[in-house]
Structure formats: C-alpha cells, structure tokens
Design a protein around this ligand. Structure first.
Ligand SMILES: Nc1nc2c(ncn2[C@@H]2O[C@H](COP(=O)(O)OP(=O)(O)OP(=O)(O)O)[C@@H](O)[C@H]2O)c(=O)[nH]1
Ligand SMILES: [Mg+2]
Length: 412
C-alpha cells in the first residue's frame, strides 16, 4: 500500500493529489488514438505481445524496427545534432588538403591531435590512427580520400565490434532496445541533470506513438518537481504514470507500482481480455540523479533494480545509463561506476547538439564495451535518435562540402 510521505506538505505540485488517502500523481489518461502499428516488410507478421518466447518478434521488437526505419528517414535531425562536433573535425579537411604520402607520419600526428580535440580520447584516437598507419604501410591507403574512408571504417568498426551495434542480420542485432518481456521494464539511471527524465519522456513518446502501451514510474522521489516533469512527458506521450511518494525510498515506490500492475492484471474482469492484456507493454522507470562516487546512492540503485526483478522475473530488460554528451571524456568514470553498481545494458548520450566533444561517443563504447542505444540531439520529443554507427561516422566526416542529404545517401 502506498503511504503518505511526511515530506508531502512542501509539495506545490498541481499534479500531485490525494486519492483514497494516498499521495499520488494522477495517472494521466492515455490518448484514445494510439496510432497504427506499422510493421516493416522485414518483420515477421503476427506474433503475440508476450515477448519473443512465442517464436516471432514481440510487439516491442517490431516497434523498435519501425522506430529505426523512421529515424533513418529523419537523417537531417541526426546530421544537425552532430554539427558542432563536425565543425571541430572540419580541421581534418584542411589537413587532408595537404596530405602527401612522403610525409604521412606528420599528417597522422596532426590527425590524432584533431581527434583528441573532439574528445575521442588518447587510446581510441591512437587505435584509429594506427589502423590508418597500417593501411598506408600496406599500400591500401594512398590518397586523402582513402584516409577519410579508413577513418570512417575504423570508427564504425570500433562502434560495432565493441558496442554490439552491428547492423548484422540477426533479429537481436537489429533491435533498438532488447525488449522481450511483458511488461518490458527499462530502468534509467545517471548523474544529476544528465537528461534522464527527458529521455524517459522521449522514449515514451516514441514507443507510445507507434502504439505501445507505456507506463511511467516516478522513481525520483527526491523532488515533487521531478514527478511533475515526468507527468508532463506522460501527458505528451499518451502514457500512464504510477503513484509518486515524495521522500520515499525509490525501491519501495518502484516495487509498489509494479505490484499494483500485477494486481490489476490478475483482477482483470473480462474473460475476453485475458489478464496479460491489462499489463502495459513497456514500463519506463525514472530515477533520481546521483553522483557515481556516492556509495550509498549507488547501492540504492542496485536495490531499485532488484525491486524490478522481484516484481517481474527477468526484468529489467534494459538498464540504461544516460550520459551528458557535453561532459566529453568525463563520462568514462561515471559509466564505469554505474556499470559496476547495476550492470548496464546500454548507454544513451544526450545533448550532442550542444557539444563539439561528440568523439567521446566512440571512446565510451571502445573503453566500456557497451552499446549506445540512442543519442539526444535536442530537447524536443522527436530529438531522440536511434544510434547508427555508420550514419554517425558519415555525419562526422562527410565529403568536403557535403550536405545532410549527400551524407545520408552515402551512409545508407
Ligand atoms: N539540448 C539538449 N538538451 C537536453 C537533451 N536531453 C535533455 N536535455 C535538457 O537537459 C536538461 C536536464 O534534463 P533532465 O531530463 O531534467 O535531466 P535529469 O537527468 O532527469 O536531471 P535530474 O533528475 O535532476 O538528475 C533539461 O533542460 C533538458 O531539456 C538533449 O539531447 N539536448
Ligand atoms: Mg530527472
């Protein structure tokens, strides 16, 4: 049962209210129009919503492909969102204009410096340059164009081999998020202000728009404003939101909300709508920002994850770390600590639109061996883009003077 928190009096939220003696954010009505579920030609028809165990891909897997396909048609947003890093890397063009095979060592050293200036990080920059050096020695890389090609290939290779973002043909590799449960739960973690709540909102919007039934859990119990912010996203996304208790332990709030979902599913009255149908497809769990060095708070996060696993076996399907792209290489120690505490399944890098340090994306994947699932390229609901290594490399190093459209046609 939900209990009233002692910190309730200080709450000025419009959305926070009393119901049956409980303090809660009113669950928002889902939109009656849920949008058609379009299934790509490559996706298997039919299948149930109950995960992939039935053989075919689940609803969420199919929606993931639809979202990916739609994003591919929205390359301009991706291209624009990486413009600052691309500008910084524009120095590569100048460097290549003076490229000569006789003096390749000097050029490669300069190239390494340009990569470092965009936060590729020393180890990753060295790996990339070493591969080009090998290409030159083997006679494979001769011209400036060859270097550009090798540069991009090297970035794609690092992102796919280390991050499992491969565009291979197996269905698992094609998934955006690995969501197979019913409900599929996603726990979203990160330091203060990284963009967690916004990202949860954008994910709810993306999946909700395609027809998924999305449920939000306000696991940031520090501030009522956090729940209000999430509720506003829920309204925009047409997603329901669970109960909030300011000041309560987040693991308790998560457990209570998930338990309530289970009870509701069991209590489903109609024989024509079996219990599983009253469960949401996707549960997105927001958490409070925390310093990766704060041991107790990291421990709390592990308890939040256990609360999800206790409620629904095998969940959460995804534990995602949201990283603020503007912090560049400072993301690395954060990611290591969060990974240690809750074993992450993937990364979301936000605010890439506001930084020239986008090379850190490659470094983070290379150093941690975790996939980037999405990148944030703005504050709007549509500004969450599935991460595509090839499109990313092409956006960073388009042909000299290439437009977004030209880069797009080369990337795909
Ligand atoms: N430009 C840009 N801004 C973003 C992006 N993602 C989030 N933001 C902004 O970053 C700020 C912080 O976002 P939040 O979602 O509140 O961050 P949070 O991690 O939930 O913050 P705490 O809950 O306080 O830890 C907001 O102003 C967002 O609009 C992005 O991809 N691009
Ligand atoms: Mg937040």
């Amino acid at each position: 049962m939900l209990q009233q928190s002692s910190g309730r009096q200080g709450c000025k939220s419009r959305a926070v209210g009393q119901r049956n003696g409980q303090t809660c954010i009113k669950a928002f009505q889902r939109c009656s129009y849920r949008g058609p579920v379009k299934v790509s030609a490559s996706a298997a028809p039919g299948g149930d919503n109950g995960g992939s165990s039935g053989g075919g891909p689940s609803l969420l897997q199919r929606l993931g492909r639809v979202i990916k396909e739609k994003a591919a048609g929205d390359f301009d947003r991706f291209f624009k969102g990486t413009s600052k890093t691309r500008e910084r890397l524009g120095l590569v063009d100048e460097l290549l204009a003076f490229w000569s095979l006789e003096d390749y060592e000097a050029s490669l050293e300069e190239l390494e410096e340009v990569l470092l200036s965009a936060d590729f990080g020393p180890r990753t920059a060295l790996k990339i340059v070493d591969r080009i050096r090998e290409g030159v020695k083997a006679g494979r890389v001769k011209s400036a164009d060859d270097i550009r090609g090798e540069l991009k290939a090297s970035i794609v290779q690092l992102l796919t081999s280390r991050g499992g973002n491969s565009q291979g043909s197996s269905s698992e590799q094609q998934q955006l998020l690995r969501l197979s449960g019913r409900p599929a739960c996603v726990l979203v973690v990160g330091v203060n202000g990284a963009g967690k709540t916004t990202t949860v909102g954008k994910l709810a919007y993306k999946y909700g728009k395609e027809g998924a039934k999305v449920f939000l859990i306000p696991g940031d119990t520090f501030r009522a404003a956090a729940a209000e912010q999430l509720a506003e996203w829920g309204r925009r996304a047409g997603a329901s939101m669970g109960a909030f208790r300011e000041g309560a332990r987040p693991q308790a709030v998560i457990a209570e909300n998930l338990d309530k979902l289970r009870q509701q599913a069991r209590a489903s009255p109609s024989p024509s709508s079996p219990p599983a149908d009253s469960l949401p497809d996707l549960v997105l769990i927001d958490t409070a920002g925390r310093l990766h060095t704060a041991y107790k708070l990291m421990e709390e996060l592990a308890l939040c994850k256990s609360a999800v696993a206790n409620a629904f076996q095998g969940q959460p399907d995804e534990t995602l770390l949201v990283l603020d792209g503007t912090t560049g290489l400072n993301m690395l120690p954060q990611a290591r600590e969060f990974n240690e505490a809750v074993r992450l399944s993937g990364l979301i890098l936000t605010k890439l639109d506001g930084t020239a340090r986008g090379g850190a994306v490659v470094s983070v994947v290379d150093q941690l061996g975790l996939p980037v699932r999405f990148i944030g390229v703005g504050e709007a609901a549509e500004d969450l883009q599935p991460f595509d290594p090839e499109a990313f490399a092409e956006a960073l190093f388009p042909r000299e003077g290439a437009t977004a459209a030209a880069a797009k046609s080369r990337a795909r």
